[in-house]
Design a protein around this ligand. Structure first.
Ligand code: 0CJ
Ligand code: F3S
Length: 314
């Protein structure tokens, strides 16, 4: 068998942490510093094994069910957002809550609430069972219908086709979402679209970067955890562009056979994957022969979200 001989690493730009992830992790760290351990977090703060284990070691306890949080505890909602029911339950149980929902997800929640008051129903484009979808759908108790693909669009039954709006999960494939949205518009020509699409800037930019990267390399490695929607979309996109793509949760996941006869390796990371893992993957690729690391050019991200009151530095 040919020996793997990586020669060059091309780094996608941008890649890795987005502003919402930075903020969410900072909220847990500041809560730990200010109130002491344990701090309870509903769901993985972001979908990354390294981040979650690091925060666990610092005293965070991750739960799915609020019944597992003791009275009087401090509770953080994850970056993916929560339903109205979860918010109400947390208040009823008297927890001190810090909300790490990404402001770009909150924006979708606010839009749903506002248009609902005006009598709209909704089609949500997203992945069933994903916590962001549960949170956004859970802003209403009725009148919001999930579609995952074009076939769902053909099947969905709405009450008010004349008063229908569409919202999406923030971390979808930009291309798939456009195709599904086109199908929605064909079936419901009067549908109201979001002012600005709900797929976030970070998802868009990371996918755009893979579109530039993939044709220039022999294989694409995505650093990200299996539960991370936006990371999975990056791997899938590389494959769609005809370049084999693999996702790794840690450098140990890299398999030498992926690089046999593949000298140019493209490397990117999902919005929840920390740079330390990217650096470790680079180290491992160097041990497989990589001599140079070249950063691609790409858009510079300057988005920053303020921390919630109560956790800002005075
Ligand atoms: O849903 C979000 C607000 C994105 C959070 C950051 O990424 P990740 O991997 O935790 O979440 P996704 O599964 O949504 O990509
Ligand atoms: Fe927010 Fe997008 Fe990141 S929705 S958490 S900026 S991936």
């Amino acid at each position: 068998m040919a020996q793997p001989q990586v020669e060059e690493i091309l780094l996608a730009e941008p890649r890795g942490f987005c502003a919402g992830v930075d903020r969410a992790i900072e909220i847990v760290e500041r809560a730990l510093a200010k109130f002491g351990a344990p701090i309870y977090v509903r769901h993985e703060i972001v979908h990354n094994t390294y981040v979650v284990n690091d925060l666990k070691a610092k005293g965070a306890i991750f739960i799915e069910d609020l019944a597992d949080v003791p009275p009087g505890a401090t509770l953080v909602f994850s970056a993916h957002g929560v339903s109205k029911a979860v918010r109400v339950e947390a208040a009823q149980r008297g927890f001190s809550v810090f909300d790490a929902t990404c402001p770009l997800v909150t924006k979708v929640h606010v839009e749903v609430a506002k248009l609902h008051k005006e009598g709209y129903e909704f089609i949500m484009i997203g992945h069933k069972g994903h916590p962001e979808v549960e949170g956004t759908m859970g802003q209403l108790t009725e009148g919001i219908y999930l579609v995952e693909d074009v076939a769902d669009v053909e099947r969905v039954q709405v009450q008010r086709p004349d008063k229908l709006a569409v919202v999406t999960q923030t971390t979808l494939s930009v291309d798939d979402a456009a195709e599904i949205l086109a199908a929605v518009k064909r079936r419901f020509p009067q549908v109201r679209e979001p002012k600005k699409q709900d797929i976030c800037y970070a998802t868009q930019n990371r996918q755009d970067a893979v579109k530039v990267l993939a044709p220039q390399v022999d294989v694409v490695i995505v650093v990200g955890s299996p539960t991370s929607s936006n990371s999975n979309r990056l791997r899938e996109l590389a494959e769609r562009l005809g370049t084999p793509g693999y996702m790794v949760d840690s450098p140990e996941d890299l398999r030498p056979e992926w690089f046999s006869n593949r000298a140019r390796v493209g490397l990117t990371a999902g919005a929840s994957a920390p740079d330390i893992l990217v650096q470790q993957v680079i180290g491992r690729l160097k041990s497989l022969g990589a001599l140079s690391v070249r950063k691609m050019s790409g858009v510079e991200e300057t988005v920053h979200f303020p921390l919630p009151k109560g956790l800002r530095l005075e």
